[in-house]
Write a protein that binds this ligand. Structure first.
Ligand code: BMA
Length: 797
């Protein structure tokens, strides 16, 4: 196995094999110049040999490509062969491949999540050399294994558990089916003379003691030592010794005044420059540099009246996790650039998220993802890549491969402070109990030996710096119970329950819940022609992968707004419904802090242009939910709660103690003020404060309430729609705008709801899709391009 970013020692050489390769399929249909890193599918589209899979129904054309094997080949020059070691390093191949150097077998790759290293010194010669990589069909091989070993429970493609390839590539209920093939990561030859460091890391054993460790490769056990420097200061000198698997160094030093790393909203996310230097006597031969943050993390699991808590604690501080689930941001991974990761993660951070869950049906993410999370203070719940299926760990080769994959990724990623949890899989243990996942081996469900034995053992050995959790959901009397552990709340939406259903939920930690919506109208324009813009057109249904997804969208629109037919209104209302749904859940669960200690909504992003549960669509256009997220995940959250005939004003505070002024007013949609109140408040740090509760006898059937909290120079807002919009005829609220310098002031005569500012150019605004009280004009940073405004009234006319 080989790890990326392994730096070369002085004098060592690298022959880069990335760039142009000859690519051909085994049926003689395609022959082209492909790009590495890349995928065949990405190349075929870029070269216009295949139509764009994300437009219309083109996705279906890509199914045929799965049947093919592909051959990648390239000539390269070798000038010298004077180094002791000469390795072909492949950071990632998608997926099953045989590699030949000068027509001699160099090695085979079986797992897209593992980097491979093959010794090739004996296969190379000075002068011209060739490399040939044969990539086998990602469907024929798993299908053959399935015929041999039996069909397992899984989603759309039953053979997918037999191949260690991103599981979503066989289609998901939000994802296109494009089972890619290619050399998807870097490939090069390394010529080395001496040992080098790999997987070096530092972490807190307790709040004051820093532990350092790492592997030393290619050593012959000379008297090597490793010196560790932090922010350029030497902190220790540690001997290298033989471990169970190869050589390593290990040691400790006092943290002293090195600052800690905190998640966003709880302190600074300080990263230190660590340098690990390998010495042979006095001679430095190798070094590894990493930015590492120091923090402790544990999960507080304590018995209480509702069962058992599930609270992340970082550096001894409880954290309420606010975030979303993360899926791969493209179906064709080779199309993703560092800028895409940066942008999406900055958007998550701007929306006040402090946790993302890297979901088990995707990939162990790109290095850039974790680097950026470290920097932004976004914690990561990291699944291992097993999702919604039975996995054949009864087969020795499979179990071994899964273990290698886990070890490879744990060692590679363990230095990232942002990762706060390793989690065995997505929903498989839930499946054992509730979805007839009944195949067993030696009395154990298929996959469970991995989740309960192998993976926790690997994590304990390679990375004791964060907890391991067997599955998501897990804990309690049943995997998806509400009394302990984490829970996926899918009665709402998937089981057709409307979103008020969240209000009775008592999950201890909600790691998934979601509500679908349409993508941005411009994104719909990308994939559908005018004539296809109908919710049940073939193209539209193809771009909603859930069985009866469009039916649910229409049912819930009908529940809240009546019989809507206009397509633009459906897009808009689906987004409002989604945003109100997730707000309902988050408002409820944040008020329960820490009985519920986190909400991760399904899902932050999309892998192609689609109707889905995301808050940011494939082209990174924010949906209504994105703007709602900024407000409902802010450090202070004012709430208006209605318990029967009583109204309550509450503030949830995730930050320090604050003093502020809170205003509340209640209106009918058509402009009659029913009530107003204001309060000077002092809200203790990390608390939920009941500001007021009072009986309210007026009919709320036409009402909307507004609450605004001013603290220092910050403003925190919320609204609560009590009215049944299906039953009332909205009148024009008369919204007016005034732009002065950089500021846009928005006023309204009657309560305005779902106020949308549509900009000519794609812009993520400071706020959007909000509600405004006639008493309180709203100010935001003015858009840069021309804009139009609308509100709920315009879509229900
Ligand atoms: C859960 C997830 C995903 C799925 C989502 C929406 O089951 O883990 O598998 O896409 O819900 O149905």
């Amino acid at each position: 196995m080989s790890y990326p970013k392994t730096p070369l020692n002085e004098g060592d050489k690298m022959i880069d094999l990335c760039g142009k390769w000859k690519v051909a399929d085994d049926e003689g249909k395609f022959k082209f110049e492909g790009t590495v890193p890349g995928t065949v599918q990405g190349d075929l589209v870029n070269l216009k040999l295949m139509p764009h899979p994300y437009i219309g129904e083109n996705e279906t054309l890509f199914r045929r490509l799965e049947e093919k094997s592909w051959e990648y080949s390239k000539d390269f020059e070798v000038k010298t062969l004077d180094k002791k070691y000469c390795d072909l390093v492949i950071e990632g191949i998608d997926t099953l491949a045989e590699v030949y150097v000068n027509e001699k077998f160099a090695g085979k790759c079986e797992d897209m999540f593992i980097g491979y290293r093959f010794p090739v010194k004996d296969l190379l010669k000075i002068g011209k050399n060739t490399i040939r990589v044969k990539i086998l069909s990602p469907i024929k091989v798993p299908k053959a294994l399935e015929r041999n070993y039996g069909k397992l429970n899984s989603g759309e493609e039953s053979a997918r558990p037999y191949i260690r390839k991103a599981q979503y590539s066989y289609g998901w209920d939000w994802g296109a089916r494009i089972a890619t093939s290619g050399i998807w990561k870097k490939i090069y030859i390394e010529e080395r003379d001496d040992a080098y460091l790999e997987g070096s890391t530092a972490y807190l054993e307790d709040i004051d003691a820093v532990k350092v460790t790492g592997y030393v490769r290619l050593t012959e056990n000379k008297n090597y030592t490793v010196k560790v420097f932090v922010d350029k200061k030497e902190v220790g000198d540690y001997p290298v010794r033989a471990g169970n698997e190869g050589y390593l160094f290990e040691g400790k030093f006092e943290r002293g005044d090195l600052e800690l790393w905190y998640p966003r909203g709880y302190g600074k996310s300080v990263l230190h420059d660590f340098e690990f230097k390998l010495f042979d006597g006095k001679k430095e031969i190798s070094s590894e540099k990493k930015c590492i943050g120091l923090r402790t993390v544990k999960i507080i699991q304590e018995k209480d009246a509702e069962g058992e808590s599930f609270i992340f604690e970082i550096n001894g501080r409880r954290i309420f996790a606010k975030g979303a689930d993360w899926i791969p941001s493209d179906n064709i991974l080779s199309w993703l650039k560092n800028e895409d990761y940066d942008r999406l993660l900055e958007m998550a951070s701007d929306a006040n998220m402090n946790m993302l869950r890297v979901w088990g049906g995707g990939i162990y993410e790109n290095e850039r993802f974790y680097e950026k999370c470290d920097e932004l203070g976004i914690t990561v719940w990291q699944d291992f890549m097993f999702a919604c299926a039975e996995y054949p760990d009864n087969l020795e080769w499979f179990r071994k491969l899964a273990g290698q994959e886990a070890k490879y990724n744990v060692v590679k990623l363990r230095y990232h402070p942002s990762i706060v949890l390793w989690c065995g899989n997505n929903e498989n243990n839930w499946g054992f109990e509730e979805w007839n996942y009944n195949h067993k081996h030696n009395g154990e469900h298929l996959g469970n030996v991995l989740y309960l034995q192998d993976l926790p053992k690997i994590c304990a050995e390679e990375d004791p710096s964060r907890p391991y959790w067997p599955s998501s959901p897990y804990g309690g009397s049943k995997a998806n119970s509400d009394e302990a552990g984490d829970r996926h709340v899918w009665n709402v939406w998937s089981n057709w329950v409307d979103y008020k259903g969240y209000l009775v939920d008592k999950s201890r930690f909600v790691s998934e819940f979601g509500f679908q919506s349409a993508p941005d109208p411009k994104t719909v324009d990308f994939f559908a022609k005018k004539s296809e813009k109908e919710i049940f057109s073939d193209v539209m249904v193809r771009h909603n992968k859930q069985v009866e997804g469009p039916e649910r969208i229409m049912k819930f629109i009908h529940n809240h707004f009546g019989n809507v037919k206009n397509f633009d209104s459906i897009i808009y209302l689906s987004q409002i419904n989604q945003a109100e749904a997730i707000k309902t859940g988050v408002d409820h669960w944040r008020e329960r802090k820490y009985k519920t200690a986190g909400t991760l909504y399904w899902q932050l992003n999309d892998s192609w242009p689609v109707f889905s549960w995301s808050s940011i669509d494939y082209f990174k256009r924010p949906k209504a939910l994105y703007y709602y997220t900024k407000r409902f995940y802010a450090e202070l959250l004012p709430l208006i709660k209605n318990d029967g005939d009583e109204l309550r004003i509450v503030v949830v505070n995730d930050s320090e103690t604050i003093e502020g002024h809170l205003e509340f007013d209640l209106w009918t949609f058509n402009g009659k003020k029913l009530m107003e109140k204001s309060y000077d408040v002092r809200i203790p740090s990390d608390s939920v404060l009941n500001v007021d509760n009072f009986r309210f006898s007026d009919n709320l059937a036409e009402a909307i309430g507004f609450v605004r909290l001013k603290a220092g120079n910050k403003v925190f807002e919320n609204h609560e729609v009590f009215a049944n919009l299906r039953k009332i005829k909205l009148e024009d609220p008369y919204i007016t705008f005034e732009k002065s310098g950089d500021t846009l002031t928005i006023k309204t005569e009657k309560p305005a709801f779902g106020v949308r500012i549509t900009t000519e150019k794609d812009e993520v605004l400071e706020d959007n899709l909000f509600a405004i009280s006639p008493d309180r004009p709203k100010q935001i940073k003015a858009p840069k391009s021309d804009f139009k405004t609308s509100s709920m009234y315009d879509f229900l006319k």
